[in-house]
Design a binder for this molecule. Structure first.
Ligand code: FNR
Length: 378
């Protein structure tokens, strides 16, 4: 199929993937209202068109946590990325590095820290969940540090998992899930050979190393489910702040008061996120939450945003609403499923072109020039 826009990768991924995997990534929590609004509310932001401002010299570069990013984008942590393409985390990390942007490895990746970090020539970011098993957290942090990770993304919006009804319908979980997954794999031979066979082991790489035994999809659901910790509070993050000397970003902030608490805590950054509409359905979209959150922190830490960003125009809209950079989740996984490393690299090229065009037509010559005044009805 012809890929001409970032959105095309979604359909390409759907063709290639067994349904349980497509719906695992595509779906959200409950009735998926927040998932839909995430996308719609970015689309609804009207930019101001400006003309005749000599836009010959544009710079898309930005500085974030002592790193130079060629584009104001970071690949978001996505669990099980290695199920979407062969050793998928390595391929996605390579594509990100080739385009000069950070890749964030999820706690629950297929490829372990030690496989991904050496495959790229820039430090990757590492995402950690707050889990009951503090031994695992400490072990993962030590291994990340040893692998050269500097930037830690701490995801705090999952004290309990939100119900994802699509997963039960699709065979990701629910009755007879293993049999259903097997049948789906057999009817998707492209994926089955490339990922199902040649992409083994389908471990939770980081967890297996810690437990000292192989883990599989059942463990993903079981171990993670048993390990979410509804008792967490800011106090539980203090030992990590002391242990980790690099930048620490709190991911999953949607409320201005929580953003102020993140400042008080001493975070270096936040990700304004509702987990891509996968947690509490009915909460605000990030496009709507972002201006107040950015206003509350008022430059005291760096603000990233994700959930619903689908293309380069959305990146510019996110920056105009107050973010310093955008994280991208589903779009890169669709591209990875459809085209591996080259697919993700091409997606980033498409997004770069879109950002460039949007900057030219809004009169913003640099990333720092993208602000509230780019919005038409601000
Ligand atoms: C996620 N997300 C996520 N976040 C995180 O901190 N750790 C993780 O392991 C995962 N896993 C995960 C799996 C899948 C399939 C999805 C779609 C998302 C959330 C992710 O980092 C990000 O917040 C959202 O994907 C952003 O929304 P968009 O860009 O997908 O709309």
């Amino acid at each position: 199929m012809i890929i001409s826009s970032p959105d095309d990768y979604r359909e390409a991924a759907q063709r290639r993937l067994p349904p349980f995997l497509f719906h695992y990534i595509d779906g959200g929590a409950y009735a998926e209202q927040t998932l839909r609004r995430n996308v719609e509310d970015f689309q609804a932001v009207a930019l101001r068109q400006r003309v005749l401002k000599n836009m010959a010299d544009l710079s898309l570069e930005t500085r974030l946590f002592d790193e130079t990013l060629r584009l104001p984008i970071v690949l978001a942590p996505v669990g099980l990325t290695g199920m979407f393409a062969r050793r998928g985390e390595v391929q996605a990390a390579r594509a990100a590095a080739s385009r000069g942007i950070p890749f964030t490895l999820s706690t629950v990746s297929v490829c372990p820290i030690e496989e991904v970090a050496p495959a790229i020539d820039r430090p990757m970011w590492f995402q950690l969940y707050v889990l009951r098993d503090r031994g695992f957290m400490k072990d993962a942090l030590e291994r990340a540090k040893a692998a050269g990770v500097k930037t830690l993304v701490f995801t705090v919006d999952m004290p309990v998992p939100g119900a994802r009804y699509r997963d039960a319908r699709s065979g990701m979980s629910g009755p007879n899930a293993p049999v259903r997954r097997m049948v789906q794999a057999m009817t998707h031979p492209g994926w089955a050979w490339d990922v199902g066979v040649r992409g083994l082991p389908h471990d939770l790489g980081n967890v297996s190393r810690y437990l000292g035994k192989a883990t599989g999809l059942a463990d993903y659901i079981g171990w993670l489910g048993a390990n979410f910790d509804p008792s967490i509070s800011w106090k539980d993050l203090e030992w990590i702040r002391e242990f980790w000397d690099g930048p620490m970003i709190i991911k999953g902030i949607l409320d201005p008061q929580d953003a102020r608490d993140a400042v008080t805590f001493g975070a270096d950054g936040i990700v304004v996120s509702n987990h891509g509409g996968r947690q509490l359905d009915g909460v605000l979209s990030t496009a709507r939450a972002l201006p107040a959150v950015a206003g509350a922190v008022n430059g005291r830490l760096r603000v990233l945003v994700d959930s619903g960003i689908r293309n380069g125009l959305d990146v510019v809209r996110a920056l105009a609403l107050g973010a310093d950079a955008a994280m991208i989740g589903r779009p890169f996984v669709y591209a990875l499923a459809a085209g591996g490393e080259a697919g993700v690299a091409n997606l980033l090229d498409l997004i770069e072109t879109e950002i460039r065009v949007a900057m030219t037509l809004t009169g913003a010559t640099s990333i720092s020039a993208i602000g509230r005044d780019l919005i038409a009805d601000a």
